[in-house]
Design a binder for this molecule. Structure first.
Ligand SMILES: Nc1ncnc2c1ncn2[C@@H]1O[C@H](COP(=O)(O)OP(=O)(O)OP(=O)(O)O)[C@@H](O)[C@H]1O
Length: 792
């Protein structure tokens, strides 16, 4: 470790995302083994000031391109040592309101160590004969004197790693320690990696007691957050919340926990509705969606209504153009789309969803007399979008009309755009495909960006796995019965691949389980124990390649990353077969994974800037180890995308991927592995989603019991509140009553609607009094636990 003092001449590079900076520093005194006057210093820095002097510790390194640099691990502000400089520093912009005279007073009263003294004993400020405002300014300046290294060191003593400490610093700057010492639990979820366990390490060092409200609040908050992030649920049963919080806190004072739930409610962080509790933000997301949907439905009057005769004629013309005959359900779907402001289309593979989208567009073009020139322009009146690039591409291929990812359509995450600056959506029609993949947050942004669209059609397969992000929007929209919905059941796809489709529909309907284990032309089952999965997979892959399959067409799917038969291990095995290491070939190593040129890769996060999305598959074209900003180039759907070293954390190899990541993609040959190691995940919608990824061939391997279990366990059971909110706000139940009681006048009806709105925002929030008045018993379900403890 070397140390030197220097003055920052300028900040050459800084990054908004983290604290990494490159500084141009003039050396004061000497830096060992370096004889020039200036040096580039790199590392993580807080709010360092140009012109200020710091002591840097670290080591000299040789950068491939830029030569000798100083990599700084730790640094400290070097306070001015002689009076003139200290006066200049105190009267600088860092301490607004303090001039040379006040600076002189401070030094005369507290000496040359004034700043250190004030940092350690801020109360000494009282002894100074300067104004109140100047005292405040002085203490402010002192508290934010760069303390990044100090903060990281202190947080390391609390067991926080540098990454988390840096993220906290980025948020709170010089006040990080003060914030955490005041309430370590209040920052849970503010930065990635800082959860209850981290907060609790600080809490216990600070001597915060186990039932301290701050600690209890933190645990309650953590349980609610986990429920959203891990389970995708938008609320938790109060009983479960109290139990789990008790477990996390290791206390059984459930009334204390209930009081804290109420306090969080008063603070506007949690909402209690009946016997459930939700994070305020999540509750509001669902409420916003319900409100936006209501507004869209109310624009009904503005949506064009076409006569039955014209509709039939337009559909018949579309049939002629496409050379098909729509069955009656398909025709009903097209009519639904063209006569309602919002409609829904759901169906399994091969039921004709894409063919119907085409029909809707062809018929609408004729009915609304849209000229072809505007239809095929870059800004068409028909807005087509899907959550993945792949699905958008398919829509475009089939309809010929521009289709975008939802992110692109909204301009989300691109450039400076934030949630308040989204594109306004206007057009004759908006069609969203692969709706099951859209989570509640993206959906809220989508529906709140719609300005004038006469028709909106949501298309998808409600029985697929729900979105990766929280909520179960598509299923909830359908369940609410608030929108005309067509459920397609008839399979239209014919040919070699149809046995897989029949199997998929059987799985979905829970019919004919024996079909899973049959050997057909398109699919077969191979039974093997978990420790043999990787061997069997490698045999099948080799056989498929020998039979002439293109390596890009072979996709292995699993349920989990870890374990012998997990996706990570399978990637190692298949990479060695499909893309083995060659002498002198360039490789990149990230997180124990080796990437080679030619590797198939998977993007793990949405990256609207690069226009690549979670679940998208690409192929590595080039690797440059010496260029950290452009270390990899990969092909994603015929576009060359450049990756920096940091971007690589969002990539993994894609020879084997999880079923969740495969949503929205299809492959000619799918090899699916399921064993009882995947116990917790074995649900029908997982198996159904996996099987429907296979276009032509499917090999099922693993434990037959695992397949049976998945077959017999219903899925799509997220706890969400959207259905009820939609039904209330759109008065779904009352609609039937209204039909019977059509005598009700308009004013009465409007009154009823406004009651519902009120009910949605007010009545569902339980006050603490209500909890204690017996509607919610904070001890619900706890009796058993106590009993258990006693019997033990
Ligand atoms: N009414 C019909 N008559 C004849 N063929 C049809 C009809 N409807 C759909 N098809 C054909 O069935 C096949 C599947 O249709 P389509 O691709 O639209 O289904 P999908 O629901 O979008 O399926 P997937 O989700 O698997 O892509 C296509 O080849 C399509 O041309």
């Amino acid at each position: 470790m070397t140390e030197f003092t220097g003055k920052i001449n300028r900040i050459v590079f800084e990054n908004d995302q983290d604290l990494y900076k490159i500084l141009d520093v003039a050396i004061i005194g000497k830096l060992e083994k370096y004889d020039r006057e200036e040096i580039k210093v790199t590392g993580s820095f807080g709010d360092v000031q140009v012109g200020a002097t710091y002591t840097f510790s670290g080591r000299l390194i040789v950068h491939n391109k830029f030569g000798l640099q100083f990599r700084c691990d730790n640094y400290k502000l070097a306070l001015p040592h002689e009076k003139g400089s200290l006066i200049n520093y105190l009267s600088s912009s860092k301490f607004p309101g303090i001039g040379k005279k006040a600076a002189d007073t401070i030094i005369s009263d507290l000496g040359m160590d004034a700043l250190t003294v004030l940092k350690e004993k801020p109360e000494k400020v009282r002894t100074l004969s300067i104004s109140k405002k100047q005292k405040e300014s002085l203490l402010n300046g002192v508290s934010t004197m760069d303390s990044y290294s100090e903060t990281v060191l202190k947080l390391a003593q609390f067991g926080l790693n540098k990454k988390v400490a840096s993220r906290l610093y980025q948020l709170y700057h010089g006040e990080t320690l003060a914030k955490l010492e005041e309430d370590p639990y209040a920052s849970i979820a503010e930065v990635t990696g800082y959860a209850f366990k981290s907060a609790d390490r600080i809490g216990s060092k600070l001597g915060i007691s186990s039932n301290d409200p701050k600690r209890v609040n933190g645990a309650v908050f953590q349980i609610l957050l986990d429920e959203v992030a891990k389970e995708g649920n938008t609320y938790v049963k109060l009983e479960q919340l109290l139990q789990e919080a008790g477990k996390l806190l290791q206390i059984n004072e459930y009334d204390t926990i209930a009081t804290c739930v109420n306090n969080l409610q008063h603070q506007g962080k949690v909402v209690v509705m009946g016997e459930n509790a939700a994070l305020q933000e999540i509750y509001e997301t669902e409420t916003d969606i319900a409100n936006a949907m209501k507004n869209l439905v109310e624009k009904k009057q503005k949506s064009s209504s076409y006569g039955e005769k014209d509709l039939n004629l337009a559909i018949a013309n579309a049939e002629t153009k496409l050379k098909i005959h729509y069955d009656n359900t398909q025709k009903a779907a097209i009519k639904n789309a063209l006569t309602n402001p919002i409609s829904i289309l759901t169906g399994g593979p091969g039921t004709g969803k894409t063919t119907i989208i085409n029909g809707i567009l062809l018929a609408l073009k004729e009915l609304a007399e849209i000229p072809s020139s505007s239809l095929y322009s870059t800004d068409p009146p028909f807005l087509l979008a899907a959550p993945t690039g792949r699905a958008a591409k398919r829509m475009k291929e089939i309809t010929g009309i521009t289709a975008k990812t939802i992110h692109r359509l909204l301009g989300l995450g691109i450039g400076e755009n934030d949630a308040t600056d989204l594109n306004e959506l206007n057009g004759e029609i908006l069609i969203i495909d692969e709706m099951s993949m859209v989570d509640m947050f993206l959906f809220r942004q989508l529906v709140s960006s719609i300005n004038e669209t006469k028709h909106i059609v949501f298309v998808g397969d409600k029985d697929q796995l729900p979105s990766v992000g929280a909520g179960n929007v598509f299923a909830d929209l359908i369940k609410s019965q608030a929108f005309p919905t067509t459920v397609l059941k008839q399979i239209h796809r014919q040919g070699d691949d149809s046995s897989i489709i029949t199997l998929a529909h059987d799985i979905n309907e829970g019919k004919n389980p024996q079909e899973l284990f049959k050997k057909t032309k398109n699919y077969s089952f191979i039974s093997c124990p978990p420790h043999e999965v990787s061997h069997v997979v490698s045999q099948i892959v080799q056989r498929a390649l020998a039979k002439g399959f293109d390596p890009d067409d072979v996709q292995v799917l699993g349920a989990m990353y870890q374990g012998d038969g997990g996706v990570n291990n399978l990637n190692n095995v298949i990479q060695e077969i499909i893309n083995p290491s060659k002498k002198n070939s360039k490789t990149l190593e990230v997180h124990d994974e080796i990437f080679r040129i030619g590797d198939r890769i998977l993007q793990l996060q949405n990256n609207p800037e690069k226009d690549i999305y979670n679940g998208q598959i690409g192929k590595i074209l080039a690797i440059d180890n010496d260029n950290s900003q452009k270390c990899m180039v990969a092909d994603f759907d015929d576009r060359e995308i450049t990756f920096s070293k940091k971007d690589l954390f969002d990539l993994t190899r894609a020879y084997a991927i999880t079923i969740h990541k495969a949503q929205g993609s299809e492959f000619p040959l799918v090899i699916l592995s399921l064993t009882m190691q995947n116990y917790v995940m074995l649900k029908r919608n997982l198996l159904y989603t996996a099987v429907t990824r296979a276009e032509k061939n499917l090999v099922l391997i693993g434990d037959p019991r695992a397949y049976e279990m998945a077959f017999n366990t219903s899925g799509n059971d997220r706890q969400t509140g959207l259905t009820v909110k939609l039904q209330k706000i759109l008065n779904v139940q009352d609609k039937t009553v209204q039909e019977k009681d059509s005598g009700k006048n308009k004013n009465e009806q409007e009154e009823a609607n406004s009651d519902v709105l009120e009910d949605l925002t007010q009545d569902h929030i339980l006050t603490p009094e209500l909890i204690y008045s017996g509607r919610i018993d904070p001890m619900i379900g706890m009796q058993d636990i106590k009993l258990d403890a006693k019997t033990k």
